[in-house]
Design a binder for this molecule. Structure first.
Ligand SMILES: [Zn+2]
Length: 727
């Protein structure tokens, strides 16, 4: 008998490439379960461990990193704003119906336009209150190999025909697949190139968190989740977009601008199979009665979904019928948006309080008798400013109609007529003096707001500090309401109630000597000082000091945002930082003669006269200049990576011919010129490059005969980004 060999089953040794593929697939699978299906099986820690394994492997083999790797959601920042691109087919808005009659009238028009023997089916979907995006998928850079579809581009709706390329931000949305595998394409019956349209929403939880931070920071809270989502998708920092947790629900599928599948129901099913998030509240129905039943079921969902909806979208299901119904000038005839009524309630205006913001702006806040609106008890509403009070003609004691949407600050819409000015109602008197520091309020000519112009007003300093420390600004954790109040010498019990921190004489209640008076003082805080505060132990003190120290590295854009210059938000701060590269350069530009200063500032993308003026005014104030110098001497980083935007194509002449796949003629010209190049109409020996698209004519022949280099669109973009190769 020969020896017996026992063969042990051994795990096959994976090549590095295989290991990569396995990890990426695994992570994609769990990402899908978590963000699309809402049904995670891994804990966050387990998921993070897998992700870290992938990141480690990628660090060891940088050549094997692919653009659609789950680790690559947050990538490079868009260089110079967003490029405008035409849509494959216009993104139209829908006609609205506000009641059952209007809905039935629409249905009648649909029936009239189609042969009476044809059955018409409808699909009811929720109308998400977000913004529309178009996602383009295709073979991608390496797709020819794997047969899958890769996210190539994400466009905003824009004006409906031309959108903005926000791909780098869209990539950070976790419910947007970066790629769809060949197997999934097959299961869904999709080609390798297609377009998905969907709605981006900011979940209410994320919206509330964002506004809490903004308010703490003295910034105006976003009006509603829709505008917050719209602002987020256009920010130039993809990592901020990633933090905000936007979500995308897909609802439409196109190939070369045409509807692909025979029905909308099948479209939604195909999207689901391909791994997109499709809203679960969808119902195919056979009659308008069933549509009305769906609407009745959908309205109570408003408070339970976690994101805003403002109605129901009804579409004719069959693509063939959609095509025959066609479009009016601005909307498809085969779809309609049924809008829910606004959520409002009537209550009594009991009093008006005044809050002082970071810029000194005085905001009247309505104190209301508690009223339940859409399931939430409302006791406060904004009155915006004196003009708004005038416009409403409202008095204390009046009954008012209050509206709210989602987690938005409710607002007073109108005075209820039949109860107007009941006996004992009082005129709302705007104070002449700041309710916190008692200094006289001022109103700049042409502006509606009254302001406390005392730069040392405790209410303003408090708001300035909270803004400086806020997430998204300098990110100083631990410097919230309570800590700021203590640093300003106020009692911790009174933190967060600044408007009530006033004695009868109008002076703030201060219980001990303030440790700080300005933002600059933060960077001189001593451990021993912090330990002397209420409820501050060694751990808290050390953590706060470490956070303050760390904030020194935040960089120029964050510092500019933190300084709270009027009209300089996140995006403008980023653009200014990239343009000037250092605080010194910016200050120098802003401190020239008014004409030159304005010109230098308006050279920055998206900076107009209003912003330029605000920057000039900021640097004209001695206290502000002193603060900037103080911060610099404390070691704060006052520089940013400077972007060369003006001279990469200096001295080069371009001729454009034919139709480029994405850029319009105007936008190509604009980009060449803003990079310092010149665009000419005819080809000569002096022409540096001819940029040719489809159906390029004689200019292309001329270029060939003269030996002028010909570029396609990709070549032009590479040239714009990298500049000409010097030999
Ligand atoms: Zn004041």
């Amino acid at each position: 008998m020969p020896d017996l060999f026992i063969i042990l089953p051994m795990a096959p040794k994976l090549t590095v490439e295989q290991e990569f593929q396995k990890l990426r697939d695994e992570l994609r699978h769990h990402e899908h379960l978590y963000y699309v299906e809402d049904a995670p099986v891994l804990s966050d820690a387990q998921y993070d461990a897998l992700m870290n394994k992938l990141k480690k492997l990628e660090a060891e083999h940088p050549d094997l990193v692919t653009a659609d790797s789950p680790s690559q959601r947050v990538g490079g920042k868009p260089k110079d704003g967003f490029v405008k691109m035409p849509h494959s087919r216009p993104m139209l808005s829908l006609d609205n119906a506000y009641n059952e009659d209007e809905l039935r009238a629409w249905e009648q028009r649909v029936r009239d336009a189609l042969p009476s023997i044809e059955k018409v089916r409808y699909v009811c979907e929720l109308k998400l209150d977000g913004l529309s995006l178009a996602l383009h998928y295709g073979p991608g850079a390496h797709g020819a190999k794997d047969g899958g579809a890769h996210l190539e581009r994400g466009l905003t709706r824009g004006d409906g025909s031309i959108g903005e390329d926000v791909t780098s931000n869209v990539r950070t949305i976790r419910s947007v697949p970066l790629s769809v595998s060949a197997a999934k394409l097959k299961a869904a019956g999709l080609p390798q190139s297609f377009e998905v349209r969907g709605e981006v929403v900011l979940p209410q939880v994320a919206f509330a968190k964002m506004n809490e931070e903004r308010e703490a920071a003295g910034m105006t809270p976003a009006a509603n989740p829709r505008s917050a989502a719209a602002g987020t998708i256009r920010t130039l920092e993809p990592n901020i977009v990633a933090q905000r947790r936007l979500d995308l629900y897909a609802y439409f599928l196109l190939q070369d601008g045409e509807t692909m599948l025979p029905t909308q129901s099948e479209t939604l099913e195909a999207l689901r199979k391909a791994g997109f998030r499709v809203n679960q509240h969808v119902r195919p129905v056979k009659s308008i009665e069933e549509v009305i039943a769906f609407i009745a079921d959908a309205e109570p969902l408003r408070d339970t979904l976690g994101y805003e909806i403002d109605g129901v979208v009804v579409k004719v299901d069959a693509t063939s019928q959609q095509k025959r119904l066609g479009f009016t000038g601005k909307a498809p005839r085969w779809a309609i948006a049924y809008k829910f009524a606004a959520r409002a309630g009537i209550t009594k205006l009991e009093d008006v309080l005044f809050q002082v913001g970071r810029t000194g702006k005085l905001t009247p806040v309505a104190a209301l008798a508690p009223v339940s609106i859409g399931g939430t008890t409302v006791t406060r509403a904004t009155l915006h400013n004196a003009d708004e009070i005038e416009r409403l003609g409202v008095r204390i004691g009046d009954f008012v109609s209050v509206e709210r949407g989602g987690d938005v600050i409710p607002k007073i819409v109108e005075v209820v007529e039949d109860k107007t000015h009941p006996r004992g109602s009082k005129k709302i008197v705007f104070p002449k003096n700041c309710p916190v520091c008692a200094s006289e309020l001022q109103r700049i000519e042409g502006e509606v707001d009254w302001r406390c112009v005392n730069n040392s007003c405790p209410a303003r300093v408090r708001e300035e500090l909270l803004h400086w420390a806020a997430r998204g600004v300098m990110n100083i954790e631990g410097l919230g309401d309570a800590m700021v109040a203590q640093l300003l010498g106020q009692s911790v019990e009174l933190a967060g109630e600044a408007e009530e921190l006033v004695t009868e004489e109008g002076a703030p209640v201060v219980t001990r000597k303030p440790l700080i008076h300005t933002i600059g003082d933060l960077y001189r805080l001593q451990r021993a000082q912090l330990l002397g505060l209420e409820r501050v132990g060694e751990k808290t003190a050390d953590a706060l000091l470490a956070q303050i120290e760390r904030s020194k590295e935040a960089g120029l854009a964050r510092v500019l945002l933190g300084l709270g210059i009027r009209f300089v938000g996140e995006r403008t701060a980023q653009l200014l930082a990239a343009h000037f590269g250092s605080m010194e350069e910016l200050e120098k530009a802003a401190s020239q003669s008014p004409d030159k200063a304005t010109e230098a500032l308006e050279a920055v993308t998206e900076v107009g006269p209003k912003v330029a003026q605000a920057i000039v005014e900021f640097f004209a104030v001695g206290k502000n200049k002193a603060l900037v110098r103080d911060l610099a001497s404390s070691g704060l980083k006052m520089t940013a990576e400077k972007r060369v935007t003006t001279s990469t194509l200096e001295g080069l002449t371009f001729v454009l011919t034919g139709t480029l796949p994405n850029l319009t003629r105007e936008s190509a010209k604009e980009r060449i010129e803003s990079a310092g190049g010149r665009v000419s109409g005819s080809v000569s020996k002096k022409t540096s490059y001819v940029v040719a698209g489809e159906e390029a004519g004689s200019k292309l022949d001329k270029a060939a005969s003269l030996g002028v280099t010909v570029l396609d669109e990709a070549g032009l973009i590479a040239l714009l980004e990298q500049g000409p190769v010097t030999t």
